[in-house]
Design a protein around this ligand. Structure first.
Ligand code: 13P
Length: 659
């Protein structure tokens, strides 16, 4: 089925191919883009997502603190996962893995949002933090679309374009991981670089209280310990007012209390107001005991405290009723100059400026890496192109100097009977073939490779000038106590001239490694046998685009220690494993592409002349109906035939393809 797909891709009309390209690109942009924005907005405000998780947990009756380590870790991991998946999809990194993982994640999110849509445990899902708030219905619709796109991408993962070569994907992955992880940790330690929560810098508290316009801000209140409303006093003060937010006193970080107390002294000196704002039910005396605080305390709503500053404790400065600056407990100001500088900087830098800075920080190194990668790929391409051109030229020159012989290398059709036919049946088949082929002489070499027990008898019934004889295997030992084995010398003594080695069935079922095959090849050649050496990739390797790599390694592993003279007695057979006995033939173009690659590889190792003289057969569901098309390709010099060699008329049909 997959093989048929492979072949089908090549046969698609240009319009359909273009349509598929656009659809895949759209899905990649939609799913990848959404994941990047979603992961980035969580990394930009992880505390916001922690609050969301707290709300989910509360809806299911669990009390968890947004400051708890597991909650913070889960948020961080989600941000990293979403961001990386988005980048992987957009750049085409690890496409198989990325599309499957994306599908799993979107499926989980769709199930969760279906639940949220039905039972409404929270008002919005928090996918994009405070940057973009979606209703539960909108979130569900978004996730269904993403789910469908992810499903489609799973089937089309190989059509996702790689914007970076496989070799350099690690750089983009590591940089993306460091960026999103670093941003999340940085924000946990300080405050969000871009604040989209209520009470962001610039919020006019006084105006909101007077007009009631911004609902969340307008509902702010601050009560004294005695229950008196101090909200207006805060909002209408024309000077500077500092609010130390303490939403969760037991978990509040008291490591900076000296700086806090100094700041409080500075405020007293300058006649600026300084209050601690804590949540209802918190025991402020605990904070007093831990830090020696002497500032007054007011009580406010916990969620508003967490919106005021995403730090516990956090510091917010109001000036004339407006929020003008914020600090995390990890970078508190020390002097009046620090305060003025922070106020100026936070006023001048809008949140979109901050996002632009972050985007530049991330994209610049990534783009440089992509450019370097393109240069690298381009240079490799040029180098290969150059080598191939040189080899082609050499081959062409060689061809002409050899007086334009019709073809220098031998064309062969070889049959591989495998484990079929008993002795009588085998001898009958050999006789039948012999009769047919002596009556109608073939235009190519014909070889039949039979089980060991047939060899000696078949050798006596065929005309060796018309049909060559071969074995399907031989031992990797010369002679001795190897029960059940048949040596190359024994094969030769039956009258056989060929032996098949390296067949994928022997590699797969009998554990024949490149080293074992190397020993067999050497022994076969030493005993005067010609070797039909099989190579070929499995389906997964072809789907991963690794077929050239695999075939080259098989050649290198068993044949590249031979001399050019020895190699002259080797016939190669390219047999893609996915095409053997399956009825799924490689297309003639696929076969030609691989045969040309094999010939180039041989030329690089043994020289252009050897490459030009090497017979390369194709094997894998070759039949009378497709042999002619396959053999018409310039680098296909015949076939190694399995199933179709068991019936004389079929085998003859293939042999006749050379006529
Ligand atoms: P089929 O022709 O049966 O696909 O087998 C090919 C083969 O393995 C020849 O060695």
């Amino acid at each position: 089925m997959e093989t048929q797909q492979l072949a089908k891709v090549e046969r698609l009309s240009p319009l359909r191919r273009w349509g598929r390209f656009v659809l895949v690109r759209l899905c990649v942009l939609l799913v990848g883009g959404t994941f990047i924005v979603s992961g980035f907005s969580k990394a930009l405000d992880p505390q916001g997502m922690c609050l969301k998780l707290q709300a989910y947990a509360a809806a299911w009756g669990w009390h968890v603190s947004p400051d708890a380590l597991p909650v913070r870790t889960a948020t961080g991991l989600l941000a990293i996962l979403e961001f990386l998946l988005g980048i992987y999809l957009l750049l085409g990194i690890r496409r198989y893995f990325a599309t499957r993982f994306t599908l799993l994640l979107t499926l989980a999110l769709t199930l969760l949002t279906t639940y949220i849509y039905i039972y409404s445990p929270v008002a919005d899902c928090g996918c994009f933090g405070a940057i973009l708030t979606l209703s539960n219905g909108q979130t569900l619709a978004k996730n269904v679309v993403l789910l469908l796109c992810s499903l489609y991408l799973c089937f089309r993962s190989r059509d996702i374009r790689r914007l970076i070569s496989e070799k350099n994907q690690w750089g983009a992955s590591i940089w993306s991981f460091l960026f999103v992880c670093g941003l999340t940790l940085w924000t946990y330690h300080y405050l969000p670089r871009a604040d989209f929560a209520p009470f962001s810098v610039g919020t006019d508290l006084r105006k909101a209280l007077e007009t009631g316009q911004d609902e969340q801000v307008a509902s702010f209140y601050a009560l004294t310990a005695e229950g008196e409303d101090a909200t207006l006093a805060l909002a209408t003060d024309t000077g500077r007012t500092f609010l130390l937010t303490l939403p969760d006193i037991p978990r509040a970080d008291d490591g900076n209390n000296d700086r806090l107390n100094d700041l409080h002294d500075l405020c007293a000196d300058r006649h600026w107001q300084f209050y601690a704002l804590t949540a209802e039910g918190q025991d402020f005396s605990q904070w007093n005991d831990r830090t020696g605080a002497t500032y007054p305390v007011l009580v406010a709503d916990e969620s508003q405290l967490r919106a005021l500053a995403r730090s516990n404790p956090g510091l917010v400065m109001l000036h004339d009723g407006k929020v003008v600056a914020k600090w995390s407990c990890n970078n508190l100001p020390e002097t009046e100059t620090d305060i003025a500088a922070a106020e100026k900087q936070q006023k001048e830098q809008t949140r979109w400026d901050a996002i632009k800075h972050l985007a530049t920080l991330y994209l610049l190194p990534l783009i440089i890496w992509l450019l370097l990668d393109n240069l690298y790929v381009g240079s490799r391409f040029l180098k290969h192109w150059h080598i191939r051109r040189k080899i082609k030229l050499k081959i062409q020159t060689h061809k002409t100097t050899l007086n334009k012989q019709q073809s220098m290398r031998k064309k062969i059709v070889a049959g591989n009977w495998k484990m079929n036919k008993n002795l009588q049946e085998g001898v009958a088949l050999a006789k039948e073939l012999n009769e047919v082929l002596t009556a109608d002489r073939p235009n190519c070499g014909v070889v039949i490779c039979t089980p060991f027990i047939h060899l000696a008898t078949v050798s006596g019934v065929i005309d060796h000038s018309v049909i060559g004889l071969g074995a399907e295997n031989c031992a990797n030992k010369a002679s001795g106590a190897y029960t059940g084995e048949v040596s190359a010398e024994m094969v030769k003594s039956t009258g056989a001239e060929y032996v098949i080695l390296g067949h994928s069935e022997r590699r797969a079922y009998y554990g024949e490694t490149p080293e074992i095959l190397k020993e067999k090849v050497n022994l076969a050649l030493e005993n005067g046998l010609k070797v039909i050496f099989c190579i070929g990739e499995v389906l997964e390797e072809r789907e991963a685009g690794k077929q050239n790599e695999v075939v080259k390694a098989q050649l290198e592993g068993s044949l590249f220690d031979l001399t050019a003279e020895q190699f002259a007695n080797v016939v190669l057979a390219y047999e893609p494993v996915w095409a053997i006995g399956t009825g799924k033939t490689a297309t003639a173009d696929q076969a030609e592409e691989m045969h040309a690659f094999i010939r180039t590889t041989i030329a690089e190792k043994f020289g252009a002349e050897a490459a030009e003289n090497t017979t390369i057969l194709y094997g894998g569901s070759c039949k009378p109906s497709n042999a002619r098309e396959l053999f018409a390709k310039p680098d296909v010099d015949g076939g190694l035939i399995g199933g179709a060699s068991l019936k004389a008329p079929d085998f003859k049909g293939i042999i006749d393809a050379w006529k």
